[in-house]
Design a protein around this ligand. Structure first.
Ligand code: SF4
Length: 300
């Protein structure tokens, strides 16, 4: 059996010669940690982000992989993309107010993809006992508050009494959540307890200007900068395609409850190479679709 995880990203300096080919996928032999030779498929992913080329070589083993195996790759891609966006914003004289200790946006609705939910649940289980207890209790408490407050706010007469009655949309739901002013269950003294593992939605929430604008009760809304391609959106699309269900995302405080009720999702497996190729294909399509639509930050 292989000692490597099924999905890896090569350190550019150590990538095998064959990975430099122009083809999108190649199969190469690599040495594992135990000095055994193993065959891996190398999948190429390239983005042109604001004129800067980002090239990734994703090494995929021959084994089967689950949804959680994609999460480290998704987090790494998101980190790289966000760093390019930040450089672009700084290059045009604008600044982002985000810094350690600022948690003004941590009272918004955080949608989490199913692979991330499964991964976070595992990471919570592996945390120190005091932290595990604190995080799971906090999630349950917040989820209970959300359920108790829902009928009074979201399902109020607000939508029914409008000239044309309608179902609340995504913006309505986000506004309703922010109005509750509930701190994220992972917030401890204005610091994120899972910062390295935080959801893609938190990583991809980029704003410019003053942090005052990030408060849910602020009159001046923060200027939100959309990332050129959303890794979260790609992961959601892929999961929906693989599992064939209509679930898109889970609201963060419900992650523990959802995992308890949907244990089978952690057992689903596919060939790792298939998972990565589909993920890369969805990302590439989203990137091409967004290129036409998204103005550069300095053009807004
Ligand atoms: S997970 Fe962390 S960064 Fe995201 S909303 Fe919660 S505390 Fe904030």
């Amino acid at each position: 059996m292989s000692s490597n995880p099924p999905v890896l990203v090569y350190n550019e300096l150590r990538k095998p010669r064959a990975a430099r080919t122009k083809r999108n996928t190649v199969v190469v032999q690599v040495k594992t940690a135990g000095q055994k030779t193993e065959q891996v498929e190398v999948v190429k992913l390239e983005f042109n982000v604001f004129g800067e080329m980002l090239c990734f070589r994703i090494a995929v083993g021959q084994q089967l992989a689950g949804l959680t195996d994609l999460v480290p790759l998704a987090r790494m891609l998101s980190t790289k993309l966000v760093s390019v966006v930040k450089r672009n914003i700084a290059g045009h004289g604008d600044s982002m107010p985000c810094r350690p200790g600022c948690s003004r946006c941590c009272r918004y609705l955080v949608p989490v993809s199913i692979p991330e939910v499964l991964c976070l649940a595992q990471e919570i289980t592996r945390a120190a006992p005091w932290k595990r207890l604190l995080m799971s209790e906090s999630c349950l408490l917040t989820a209970r508050c959300v359920l108790e407050l829902t009928p009074k706010t979201l399902l109020s007469d607000k939508f029914i009494n409008e000239e044309t009655p309608r179902m609340p949309g995504l913006k309505d739901v986000s506004d309703w959540y922010a109005d509750m002013n509930l701190p994220c269950p992972f917030l401890l003294g204005n610091l994120c307890m899972i910062y390295d593992k935080r959801p893609l939605a938190c990583r991809e929430y980029l704003v410019t200007g003053s942090a005052q604008g990030c408060r849910p009760d602020s009159v001046n809304e923060a200027r939100v900068v959309r990332a050129p391609v959303s890794i979260l959106e790609a992961l959601v699309q892929l999961t929906s395609e693989l599992t064939g269900n209509g679930i898109e995302t889970i609201v963060l405080p419900f992650l523990c409850v959802w995992c308890q009720d949907n244990r089978e999702y952690a057992e689903y497996k596919w060939p790792a190479a298939y998972l990565v190729r589909r993920f890369v294909s969805i990302l590439t399509t989203l990137d091409m679709e967004n290129k036409e639509m998204i103005p550069l930050p300095h053009e807004k």
